[in-house]
Write a protein that binds this ligand. Structure first.
Ligand code: SAM
Length: 221
């Protein structure tokens, strides 16, 4: 089997700058996973949320409007300038409760230890190398306060005949030309978590249009 090529940060930035608000067309397969994540994430108890790879701010808007307490604060980070602009304009009505910052793709953040109730990343780890994913997970562990929750969702390998076929096809396309699938590949996030550092609360695979997504909520130990 040929070695897998992941898109570099400049390639990812260029891709997501081009995609911009069109990213929301992926909602057809992401929506059930995000519903499951919101429910397992218990956002009614989240006064401080960090999201990495926030894209268009679609999830943030939903969290702030409907699920988080009225005083909750949200910080979103993204590599893409276009995504940051789209998310900022979408979240403008929340004023100082929501900030969105562009990064250079580094997965460490100048924020205090243990200061956050939720760290969220949806369809982000799919793009990252294992080393980058471990950096992100280490940083999430540092940022979360005791009892806080790491909330992840993203593409995974299917379990049923149909979703196994879809995820194999997706994986094959990614190996052939990662640009065709926006750099995203099916991944088992659960296998990345060190059980000496994380206590898994929810781990499920949901399927929409045959596309399997993994939903994972874990507490720092
Ligand atoms: C597949 S999109 C998912 C967007 C959104 N979370 C969603 O579920 O619709 C991946 C997002 O991660 C951003 N991204 C990619 N690599 C990143 C990195 N190293 N740091 C921050 N954002 C990154 C991209 O610009 C893009 O907005």
């Amino acid at each position: 089997m040929s070695a897998r090529r992941l898109l570099s940060r400049p390639e990812l930035k260029a891709h997501y700058d081009r995609v911009g608000a069109w990213q929301d067309t992926q909602a057809f397969y992401e929506a059930p996973a995000l519903d499951a994540l919101i429910s397992a994430g218990a956002f009614h108890g989240a006064a401080s949320v960090i999201e990495v790879g926030c894209g268009t701010g679609r999830l943030a808007e939903r969290l702030l409007r409907t699920h988080c307490p009225p005083h909750a604060r949200y910080e979103g980070y993204d590599l893409s300038e276009t995504m940051v602009q789209v998310a900022r304009s979408r979240l403008a009505s929340f004023e100082d409760r929501a900030t969105v910052r562009q990064t250079d793709g580094r997965l460490t953040f100048d924020r205090p230890d243990g200061g956050h109730d939720r760290v969220v990343a949806t369809y982000l780890l799919d793009l990252l190398s294992r080393e980058e994913a471990q950096t992100f997970l280490g940083e999430a562990h540092r940022l979360l306060r005791p009892g806080g929750r790491l909330c992840l969702a993203g593409l995974t390998r299917g379990r049923s005949l149909l979703s196994r076929g879809v995820s194999r096809l997706w994986d094959a396309l990614h190996r052939l030309r990662p640009e065709w699938v926006g750099g995203c590949r099916p991944l088992r996030r659960w296998a990345l978590l060190d059980d000496a550092r994380w206590s898994v609360r929810t781990h499920t695979v949901v399927r929409a249009w045959g596309v399997p997504s993994e939903v994972l909520v874990a507490l720092p130990v």
